[in-house]
Design a protein around this ligand. Structure first.
Ligand SMILES: *[C@@H]1O[C@H](CO)[C@@H](O)[C@H](O)[C@H]1NC(C)=O
Ligand SMILES: *[C@@H]1O[C@H](CO)[C@@H](O)[C@H](O)[C@H]1NC(C)=O
Length: 395
């Protein structure tokens, strides 16, 4: 005989009390799940140290690299952050003095990363008050051609990103000179919603190390000059990147020179990929972030290259330094007249544009000696310069 369960019995699942119990269980489980998810998200953001949740939203896509939003909301004029990456001091400060004298103080900020620990820019160490106390307090020792160079660039970007008014981020060296006055450079950079980053396919030299894959796919590997001008969202992508930089640090290294004391180990060292991080990092990172559509794929800083040796074995390229003689007005005009760049590896001719308008390619140039810069100053290229004033003040 089958035992019928009488209505109202506690063993039945269909009673109102039991239904309520199940509901309670479901609600409890949902809340637990929700809390766990939130904790996970929180933990995720907490493990990326440079991320500030208030400044922007970080969203992951297929490329595994975050998209950074260009946060709005600041008072006053949009500024250009001038980021000076220098070995020691600022030998061309007198020229920048005349450049910034003709600027509106609300339109720019200056940051200096000097490898010289503890160097303070004041009336003793620079002739230009624009640089007083503008050096980063957390500077590091930079090895030229090493990943510490990129890290210094990132330190400059992070410092400059703290001011929400900084909208463009321009990297300069201690031998860079301005070719135009401030107003012209300001409208050129600010008028474009794109970054200016020299970037092209790198087919020949074998600097790409297959071990970088899959984090850095070979098809995203790029080469180009390190002297960039970035918009704010791209500056964040570089400053806060914690995916690509560690791979560069580990696998993109300059091949050391032959060292007799290393004996057999030399063979191994010379086989290693000869990689120069600063000629690849920013352009590769931006390519990996699918941001090439937001770039003018060229630099605004002119460099003249020459082959240093006639011996094919030790042939290497070096930037030309402009001295007093080569900084003559004809030469400067020749640089300023350049309006396109040819990228051979891509069969691409880049007609220089800012906001779709054809413009001269270069706002700045390197490398200039003190004498070369002095001659530029007297030509008045960077601002209204009254040469007679200099004569009057010189005893
Ligand atoms: C700045 O340079 C531009 C282009 O060379 C020129 O047209 C303009 O008059 C200059 N402005 C000042 C204030 O010197
Ligand atoms: C300063 O910025 C304002 C607003 O962007 C602009 O109109 C002005 O021309 C700039 N001044 C100089 C000297 O570049």
């Amino acid at each position: 005989m089958t035992k019928r369960v009488p209505p109202g019995s506690s063993s039945s699942l269909s009673t109102p009390q039991n239904l309520w119990l199940i509901w309670k269980l479901v609600i409890l489980l949902s809340i637990t799940f929700l809390v766990l998810t939130l904790v996970r998200i929180q933990l995720y953001y907490d493990t990326s140290p440079q991320f500030s949740s208030s400044s922007s939203a970080r969203v992951y896509r297929r490329s595994q690299l975050p998209i950074w939003k260009d946060d709005e909301g600041f008072e006053g004029n949009p500024r250009i952050a001038f980021l000076f990456l220098v070995r020691r001091d600022l030998p061309l400060d007198f020229l920048w003095q005349s450049f910034f004298e003709n600027a509106d103080a609300a339109n720019y900020s200056i940051y200096v990363h000097s490898s010289e620990a503890g160097l303070v820019f004041d009336e003793m160490s620079t002739r230009s008050s624009f640089f007083y106390n503008r050096q980063l307090s957390n500077s590091i020792k930079v090895g030229w051609g090493e990943s510490s160079m990129i890290e210094a660039e990132r330190l400059l970007l992070r410092a400059a990103l703290e001011n929400p008014a900084n909208r463009r981020f321009l990297l300069l060296s201690d031998s860079c000179v301005p070719l135009y006055n401030f107003t012209y450079s300001y409208h050129y950079l600010m008028g474009s919603s794109k970054s200016f980053v020299d970037s092209f396919l790198d087919m020949k030299e074998g600097r790409y190390n297959p071990k970088m894959s899959p984090v850095i796919p070979m098809r995203k590997w790029r080469k180009g000059s390190q002297w960039f001008a970035l918009v704010r969202s791209h500056a964040k992508a570089v400053a806060y990147d914690d995916v690509v930089f560690p791979v560069f640090k580990k696998l993109c290294k300059r091949r050391p020179p032959l060292d007799a004391s290393k004996g057999k180990q030399n063979l191994k060292l010379q086989k290693q990929h000869n990689c120069i991080p600063d000629e690849h990092y920013v352009q590769t990172l931006l390519a990996m972030s699918d941001l090439e559509g937001e770039l003018e794929r060229r630099t605004v800083t002119y460099t003249s290259w020459m082959v240093s040796s006639t011996n094919m074995e030790t042939r290497s390229w070096h930037p030309v330094t402009y001295n007093y003689a080569s900084s003559n007005p004809e030469q400067i005009k020749r640089i300023k007249d350049i309006n396109h760049v040819l990228y051979e590896t891509e069969h691409r001719t880049e007609w220089c544009r800012s906001n779709a308008v054809l413009v001269p390619c270069f706002l700045f140039a390197r490398k200039f000696s003190r004498d070369g810069a002095m001659r530029l100053l007297s030509q008045g290229v960077s601002g209204n310069f009254d040469a007679s004033a200099l004569l009057r003040t010189t005893p």
